[in-house]
Design a protein around this ligand. Sequence first.
Ligand SMILES: Cc1cc2nc3c(=O)[nH]c(=O)nc-3n(C[C@H](O)[C@H](O)[C@H](O)COP(=O)(O)OP(=O)(O)OC[C@H]3O[C@@H](n4cnc5c(N)ncnc54)[C@H](O)[C@@H]3O)c2cc1C
Length: 410
Amino acid sequence: MIIPGCVSGFDVKGAPRITVIGAGPGGLSVALAFAQKGSSVRVFEQSAALTEVGAGVQLSSNGGHVLRALGLYDTLYSLSVPAQGVELYDCRSARCVGSVDLKTHAAGPEHLMVHRQDLISVLEGACRNAGIEVVLGERLVSVTSFEPVDFCTNTGEKTADILICADGIHSIGRSAILGNTAPFFTGQAAWRAVIPNTINHPNTARIYMAPKKHAVSYPIRAGSLINLVFVEERASWVKESWSEQSTGAALRDSFREFSSVMPFMEEVQYPHIWGLFRHPVAPQWHKGSVVLMGDAAHPTLPFMAQGANLALEDAWVLAHALSQADSIAQGFIDYQSRRMKRVKRIVMAAEKNAWKYHLSFPPLRWAAHRAISTLSRFAPRHMVQQFDWIYGHDVTQEGAEKQRSPTKAG
Ligand SMILES: Cc1cc2nc3c(=O)[nH]c(=O)nc-3n(C[C@H](O)[C@H](O)[C@H](O)COP(=O)(O)OP(=O)(O)OC[C@H]3O[C@@H](n4cnc5c(N)ncnc54)[C@H](O)[C@@H]3O)c2cc1C
């Protein structure tokens, strides 16, 4: 679709209406990114209120670059805890077997540990201030036409010039583009809880490892709360719902061997359990004027803490790619090709991490922990540098790099 008279890129201001499905980190950030380029945007969210079951989220510097470019980093910084590092504990020996220093160099965004509710509130507030209509209780039911875009929500038939589906792992948009593919159970379940920070938890993310299980703790909300995640391998997920409420007693029973290194788990009363489900990364992220982003396109396991960061990166790249392209179709092609390789690599890295944390065979576990310990003592820079390709990447500079490139300019 070539926009007549548009010589320097698809005119995102000229698009009468962009509809975003989903008010998660991906949907709200993409709505804001487009609004800041002058587009008219509305967001449809199925939930009646933007409340979150208590949970934390780590925002690494790659996500921080996007938040900074959107003008939200400083606000979020004041609500978060900047991480000083990551510490790894072996539950069997109750020893710290290694640490990674995360204090950043130069002026790069810091690694922030945030309450998910705070992230959503800051994004939603910014959207409303930018004139974006965030409609709650509005659920996408089906996409009936891709070009022009027609779709149905629980309140009736709608149209849009562009439909962005940021509707998470059970994405209706994904099914519409790719056909019905049920997400598969990854063989892991995650328990999540938030407790008051009565133990003065250091400003680090702590990872506790045991055979077939691991846990993570870190402070959030300016240090007033501790976020806890416990992951265990399970043969199946039999409940009909994707998450359920459990009890502190059941959690402590499942994670008995963690009590020596995590005595504060006694505080947990009613954790939630999520079955961790995934799809493969979608081979095609767009059809006509409908496009996928975030977990809808590429759900990832949480073991690199990158799902929300990737959604923020997608948001920026999608708005940028469309503003640079001569048509919606070309913008979508550029967006997908700029994202695919990186996303696949991070999804794979997250899968590998679960395996590393859950080693059960004692000699292998011992060797791995020894390697971590040696590396963190004698080559601490290497511990951080191995992740530079994830955390050091700045999608907000991708376009600038292209423009600076002499071959492109020529
Ligand atoms: C245990 C755990 C820990 C995690 N920790 C981290 C971390 O530390 N760092 C990190 O970066 N990521 C983390 N993640 C991953 C992160 O939460 C997700 O990747 C991220 O939320 C994806 O954002 P999204 O906007 O794409 O989708 P979602 O956050 O799933 O948002 C989708 C939104 O769309 C709405 N919706 C769905 N269907 C419809 C519909 N049909 N109509 C209207 N609205 C709809 C939903 O209600 C929801 O609000 C973690 C995940 C888990 C399970």
